[in-house]
Design a protein around this ligand. Structure first.
Ligand code: GRF
Length: 218
């Protein structure tokens, strides 16, 4: 049975769209049952509705505490019998309680090769640091931000004439390939957490399933 999956967003939802598209395939191991936003004006909500996916808004501004906000989100996820949560540009800090509730059942995409460049303004910091390889990571969510067992990573080159936008666009292109593959690995159980690392089994075990790279010039 495909895992009943919710995607949490705060913005445009391009990663969300790539997950929705992948999950349309009949043999995909996750089904997107719900897109949940903390912002009523998130562009991704329209995109989700256009794809016939159910949407919900839990506006963080309506809650006094993070605990209350997270409890309201939990209630919506429970209503839809959600089994797996994908964070895709979700910009609120979650409480430890909520993260514990979804331990090993919530994954995130971050636009860097973790554990390097955690946090915001990733591409600017990558350029400032002068690194030659950037990328993105899909990982299981743990209480400390941008940490947790790494499911898959994609590497992209940093080019000499790169701007923040150019690099961001190149990384985003990789994100759209990486996230659906990582979700498939995780939802199918081919990638699972063992002693705080990801272990692969089945078809995934014998391949470089969790490493992707894009050509340096498209
Ligand atoms: C992506 O770069 C993702 O890695 C980060 O937030 C951005 C969301 O973009 N967590 P989108 O809403 O999926 O287009």
């Amino acid at each position: 049975m495909p895992k009943r999956t919710a995607i949490l967003i705060s913005g445009r939802g391009s990663n969300m769209s790539s997950l929705i598209a992948a999950a349309m395939a009949p043999d995909y191991p996750a089904r997107i049952e719900l897109v949940l936003s903390n912002r009523p004006d998130a562009g991704g909500l329209e995109r989700a509705r256009a794809a016939d996916i159910e949407t919900a808004v839990v506006d963080h501004k309506a809650f006094e505490t993070r605990e209350d906000f997270d409890a309201a989100m939990q209630a919506v996820l429970d209503e839809h019998n959600i089994e797996l949560v994908c964070l895709a540009g979700f910009m609120r800090i979650l409480t430890d309680g909520f993260i514990a509730q979804w331990s090993d059942r919530m994954i995130n995409i971050h636009p860097s090769l973790l554990p390097s460049f955690k946090g915001l303004n990733t591409h600017k910091r990558v350029l400032d640091a002068g690194v030659r390889i950037a990328g993105c990571t899909v990982h299981v969510v743990r209480p400390e931000m941008d940490t947790g067992p790494i499911i898959a990573q994609a590497a992209v080159p940093v080019l000499p004439d790169d701007t923040e936008d150019a690099l961001g666009a190149r990384v985003l292109e990789a994100e759209h390939i990486l996230y659906p593959r990582a979700l498939a690995l995780y939802a199918s159980g081919q990638a699972r957490v063992v002693s705080e690392r990801i272990v692969f089994s089945g078809d995934a075990a014998s391949m470089d399933t969790a490493i992707f790279s894009l050509p340096s010039r498209a």
